[in-house]
Design a protein around this ligand. Structure first.
Ligand code: SAH
Length: 439
């Protein structure tokens, strides 16, 4: 493994994909749309049941109550401000001992009442790991020369998209490193058009910061949603871990997307080194203040080939804090789509972190639909799950998970609950002057 000083050669953003083309996906190749859904229902449950034991949804800590502080939902003043929101979230995050179970149950109840029992499946296709950014936490950062760089071509991505329909995934999430180029961005627009023309899928893009004209072009091509995490609401911490990018620029991107009528998803990593409980509370409040349609949060996991590789998660001594954060996020954002993100599975096994997340506020699952041969090259962090599997197996697995949890696959496009079918903006996202979660 190179040292950080050695590992400084950025990849060529327009290099041809290594190992691209149309390598077969094996099982996925024979998984056509018709038979796929049927087999999923028939066999997914029993396969997964064999892997599960000890789910905590059977536990009923009815006797445990949250402290009175934690139940003080924000008080809205006559001029529309929430005057105790920060204290409220801070109190939720201070929950300890058996009261955490009650917090989880509250989050689960709010999720059920506001979002229902359906779990929307949004298949993620990690179509390229070519990246021009050098984020201090990310395994595919440009200066990590241990990474074999790849980019899937449009036909290959489209073939996956067509499989996803049979896998009951109603949204395709196209994620990659940040590799802006006029030619690449034009090709992405063409890809969005083809997916919208040839499937019924909703299209979510997750490819980083871009100027307004690029987002606007993708919106015109049919892009429904965009995911761009703000990572941390603390401007100084953001600057420390993101060379050549500010929190203000990131939030300005979210603002532009909202103004274009695109459904906006953002979120943060939990436990970035240097994060204090106050910053965590501000992260949750920033999600609330941005009035996000989707919110993805997940544990920070140190990647050995990054500058933060030897620095532990801020909650290493109390990993349950990741679920406390998730439950508080749900209470503070009752109507947002919240995924059970993959990083929860890297930290918690048996029961799996993602299953627990679905019981503690989450209502969305993002099965990995990336063809198997690329997965080991998209290691944002170590111990990423499902690296030896493929799209069909991950599609299979989620059916069993949901059966065990007593939940169903969500039907329909899974658009925002807040803004109607194409995410017509209701309220502006404030540009980021403050960058804090303060109302
Ligand atoms: N280029 C896209 C996708 C980035 S990767 C973009 O900029 O939005 C997707 C997410 O993975 C990031 O937003 C970050 O929150 C998360 N991630 C990256 N490295 C991580 C790590 N070491 N631990 C946990 N999450 C990580």
């Amino acid at each position: 493994m190179p040292t950080h000083a050695e590992a400084c050669r950025p990849p060529d953003l327009d290099q041809p994909p290594a190992g691209g083309g149309h390598a077969p996906q094996g099982f996925a190749d024979v998984w056509n749309a018709g038979i796929g859904g049927f087999l999923l229902e028939l066999a997914g449950g029993s396969i997964y049941r064999a892997r599960m034991d000890n789910l905590d949804h059977r536990q009923r800590p009815d006797s445990v109550n949250l402290s009175r502080d934690a139940l003080q939902v924000p008080h809205v003043t006559a001029d529309g401000r929430e005057d105790n929101a920060a204290e409220w979230v801070a109190a939720l995050l201070r929950t300890s001992g058996p009261a955490r179970k009650a917090l989880y149950m509250s989050a689960d109840r709010v999720r059920r009442e506001r979002m229902g029992d359906g779990v929307f499946l949004r298949g993620i296709v990690e179509f390229s790991n070519i990246c021009g950014r050098d984020c201090h936490y990310c395994g595919i950062r440009s200066s990590n020369r241990d990474v074999r760089r790849y980019r899937m071509d449009a036909d290959e991505i489209l073939a996956v998209a067509k499989n996803m329909v049979g896998w009951k995934q109603t949204t395709i999430v196209l994620q990659s490193g940040e590799a802006a180029s006029p030619e690449g961005d034009r090709r992405l627009g063409d890809l969005i058009r083809r997916i919208k023309a040839e499937t019924d899928l909703s299209v979510t893009m997750s490819v980083g910061n871009r100027p307004r004209d690029v987002y606007s072009h993708w919106r015109d091509c049919g892009m429904d949603r965009y995911l761009l995490r703000f990572e941390t609401s603390d401007p100084a911490l953001f600057a420390q871990i993101h060379p050549a990018c500010t929190l203000g620029e990131r939030l300005e991107c979210l603002h532009i997307l909202r103004s274009l009528g695109v459904q906006v998803g953002s979120g943060f990593m939990i436990g970035v080194p240097g994060e204090t409980p106050e910053v965590l509370a501000a992260n949750i409040l920033l999600c609330r203040n941005l009035d996000l349609d989707m919110i993805g949060i997940g544990p920070f996991i140190p990647h050995p080939c990054t500058p933060l590789g030897k620095t532990a998660n801020a909650y290493a001594a109390d990993p349950e804090m990741h679920f406390v954060a998730l439950a508080a996020l749900r209470l503070a954002n009752p109507d947002a789509h919240i995924p059970a993100t993959t990083a929860f599975d890297a930290v918690f096994t048996n029961p799996s972190g993602r299953d627990l997340a679905l019981q503690r506020g989450a209502n969305v699952f993002m099965p990995n639909s990336t063809p198997g041969q690329y997965r080991k090259d998209y290691m944002l962090y170590p111990d990423k799950p499902c690296v030896d599997e493929n799209g069909a197996l991950c599609a299979f697995c989620i059916v069993g998970r949901l059966e065990m949890l007593g939940r169903q696959i969500g039907t329909g496009p899974g658009h925002s609950r807040k803004r109607g079918d194409r995410g017509v903006p209701a309220s502006p996202i404030a540009p980021a002057a403050a960058g804090s979660g303060r109302p």
